[in-house]
Design a binder for this molecule. Structure first.
Ligand code: F6P
Length: 520
């Protein structure tokens, strides 16, 4: 590493932050008063070919106009992106450069949908074809009649599949998939109750094939098949992993091991073989549509300049609120039942990636890093947590996500009310409402970004996921941190092992709790 350049970069970055910190925050009302064309200026559209053929293209609008980004702030953020080496970092991401220096690895999730070096893309396509063949063989009965699948994994090996299956199988699934992550046996027992062992496949998803929860659940699921008298229980297990040799060692036949590449991070792995349960439930066509939506966002993120680049603009907003205005959380509300699990998914993506305290050089960061991501579905959340958004003391930037096309077939009134409420909340947060009665006054000037999807289908889901992957990466580059490691999860795992083995010294509180819990 060139130390002189690094010092120079750090100085340029510090100067860009100093400019941003010196800026006053204009009110949203003033920003709109100064420029009525603000919505057009600050709305971006990302489109992809429409699979149904009813439109030449489908896509999503992202309206940033209800955030406090002014022209001056945008210019300063562009300068920050330059100082942070954003363009070079982005190119490194897509061209297999070492963007995860603490682990000496590239991050090649883009290659899974065709955005990477030719060699990476070719390898990913071959693995996808292998997965597709197994999915189709299972659908055609190669493993006997398969009506259910218990998909076992945790973190990045469960959250993406759970989200996608929940989102894309509202009208039924080719195979009924239950994603089980928790070591709490209640989770696996619930899946056992919902499945007939004679027609159930077990999919074990683990990048490392060593994770305690997953391996324990996998062993129990295999025992359940055995105890239920299934003829060849081992023949009903499929492994999804970047450590195929470990899966084989564990007892999975090589023909049912679907590998993926080690440089795909766990929380970035939905489009790899970790997505096998999604493909099993929805079919390969839907899975490929998800990939196509993600690819459209890859292309947009890779090629658009800063002002046009929606994931980068979203990162500017994140930095604006978290770093410059002390917002410790950001909220995401999908006005769509199909996206109920999106906040869970985004929590891991954003908090495990950017919940860091040091820069890539190991220096302490000079400001807060990832906000706490939280959220829910509208309109439910309006009747539960929106009070605080409107009148609480916290400033919380909100993302709203809603589709123009309804997902249901009931009276169109349902979807109209849903859409209207979504738009009304953004308007209300921004406008506020004065009142002589302080308890009834709304301060307003509260920011939101609206994602308006043409339809909430497989392609849109893929696009939303890729959007947030790139938003997360862009945030990391602006802060100078590595989003692709997660050493913070290791200490607790190590101490759990010490408790299990009874070795090691524990603090008095933990020692007392261990004794009380019968773990002493
Ligand atoms: O403990 C955190 C973590 O390593 C996540 O990053 C990962 O997604 C999850 O555990 C599961 O890991 P694996 O896929 O190796 O079982």
């Amino acid at each position: 590493m060139n130390t002189a350049n690094t010092a120079q970069d750090a100085t340029a970055r510090a100067a860009a932050w100093a400019t941003l910190r010196a800026m006053a925050r204009p009110s949203l009302a003033d920003l709109f008063a100064a420029d009525a064309g603000r919505p057009a200026q600050l709305t971006r559209r990302i489109a992809w070919p429409d699979a149904s053929g009813s439109l030449p293209e489908a896509g999503m609008l992202i309206d940033f106009s209800k955030t406090h980004l002014s022209d001056d702030a945008l210019a300063a953020f562009e300068a920050l992106a330059d100082a942070a080496g954003f363009a070079a970092a982005r190119e490194a991401l897509f061209s297999g450069g070492i963007v995860n220096p603490t682990e000496g690895r590239a991050a090649t999730h883009g290659a899974l949908r065709g955005s990477g070096t030719p060699a990476q893309v070719e390898e990913a396509e071959a693995l996808l074809a292998r997965m597709g063949m197994l999915v189709e063989a299972i659908h055609e009965g190669a493993l006997g009649e398969i009506r259910h699948c218990i998909a076992i994994g945790i973190g990045g090996s469960a959250l993406g599949p759970a989200l996608a299956i929940d989102a894309l199988t509202r009208e039924g699934a080719l195979v009924d998939v239950h994603v089980v992550s928790n070591i709490d046996g209640l989770a696996l027992e619930a899946a056992f109750r919902a499945c007939d062992p004679q027609t159930t496949l077990i999919a074990v998803a683990s990048k490392t094939f060593t994770t305690t929860e997953t391996m324990t659940n996998a062993a129990s699921a295999l025992a359940w098949l055995e105890d239920s008298g299934v003829e060849d229980p081992g023949g009903r297990v499929v492994a999804l992993t970047a450590a195929p040799e470990k899966a084989v060692e564990w007892g999975v036949d090589e023909t049912r091991v679907l590998p993926f590449i080690d440089s795909v991070g766990g929380r970035y792995s939905l489009f790899s073989s970790i997505g096998f349960p999604v493909a099993l439930a929805t079919g390969m066509e839907a899975f490929r549509a998800m990939l196509a939506g993600a690819k459209a966002v890859d292309d947009h993120f890779r090629h658009e300049n800063a002002r046009a680049n929606a994931p980068l603009l979203a990162a500017f907003c994140d930095q604006y609120y978290t770093r410059l205005h002390g917002c410790q959380t950001r909220a995401v509300f999908a006005y769509d039942e199909r996206l109920a699990l999106l906040p869970d998914y985004l929590q891991q993506l954003e908090m495990e990636s950017n919940g860091k305290s040091v820069t890539v050089d190991g220096a302490p960061v000079d400001g807060p890093t990832a906000a706490v991501t939280w959220g829910g579905v509208g309109t439910d959340a309006q009747h539960a947590v929106f009070q605080l958004l409107h009148q609480g003391t916290h400033l919380i930037p909100v993302d709203f996500i809603v589709a123009i096309e309804p997902g249901d077939t009931l009276d169109p009134a349902h979807h109209r009310i849903l859409l209207m409420n979504c738009l009304a909340q953004g308007a209300a947060l921004m406008a506020g409402k004065p009142s002589d009665d302080p308890a009834r006054a709304y301060p307003g000037d509260r920011p939101s970004t609206t994602f308006l999807l043409d339809d909430c289908d497989a392609a849109a889901l893929g696009a939303l996921i890729a959007f947030h992957e790139h938003r997360t990466f862009a945030n990391a580059v602006l802060m100078g941190i590595n989003p692709f490691d997660q050493f913070g999860v290791e200490l607790g795992k190590a101490i759990a092992k010490q408790i299990e083995s009874g070795e090691g010294e524990f603090d008095p509180s933990t020692t007392a709790l261990m004794a009380a819990a019968g773990l002493g």
